[in-house]
Write a protein that binds this ligand. Sequence first.
Ligand code: MG
Length: 253
Amino acid sequence: MIIKTEKEKKILYEAGRRLALVLDEVEALVRPGATSAELNSHAERRIKEMGDVPSFLHYTPAGSRRPYPAGLCVSINDEVVHGIPSEERLLKEGDIVGLDIGLRHEGLFVDMARTLPVGNVSKEARDLIFITKESLEAGILAAKSGGYVGDIGAAIEVVAKRGKLGIVRELGGHGVGEAVHEEPYIANFGKTGTGEKLIDGMVLALEPMLTLGSPAVVLGKDGYTFRTRDGSLSAHFEHTIIVTPDGGEIVTC
Ligand code: MG
C-alpha cells in the first residue's frame, strides 16, 4: 500500500498504536510456566475487545493448505517464525520467545514482532536478541524514498554479519496495509541500489530473522513452524513502517 491521504495515515497509525499496546500486554505475561496458548488468548481477546480483527487468525498464506489457527505466532528457541500456540507448550526459564502479531483496524493491516527472554537467558541469547533488534533499526533507517528495496536488505546484512549471526534466507519482509502480505518482498540481505524502488508513503513490514548458528531452516509437520535445521537459537523483530525521504517512520509503536 502507498499512503495517499492524511486519513489513511491516521488510521494506520491508530492501528499500529493498538497493536503495540496489545503486544506490550502479551509481553507482560511472558514468564516461566506461561503457555503459548495463554499468550494467544489474551492477544485475540484484546484485539476483538477494541473492535479490530486479529489478521493472522484463519489467514491462509500462499502455499499453505490450511488457515493459520491463531491470532499470535509464538516461536520458542530454535523456532524461527509461525509457531502455533498450544496449551501443552510451556515457557521455561532460559528460553527466548518470538511473538508475532497482526491486526486489521478500519480496513488497514499492521504487523509486528519481538523476541523476548524468559527469565534469565544466556549471554549468547541476549546478544542474538539485541543484534536482531539492531538489524531491524538499520533496515528502518535505510527505507528512504528514492532508494531501493536492496538498500534495506544490505543494511540488515551489515549488522547481522558484524554480529556473526546467520540470516534466514527463505523468509523476509513485505508490503502491508491493504492486506496481510503485499508486494514487494524484502529479503534481509542484498545489495544497495538493487530491486524495486522505494516510494514515499509505501507501507512495509520489515522483519529480520537471525540465527546463532547456520541460517538453514526447515518447515515442521504442522505446515507452519519454521525452525533452524541445526537447532540453534533464532530471533525475530518486526515493525510496520512508512517510507519517507529520511527513512522509515515506525507505525507500530
Ligand atoms: Mg510480517
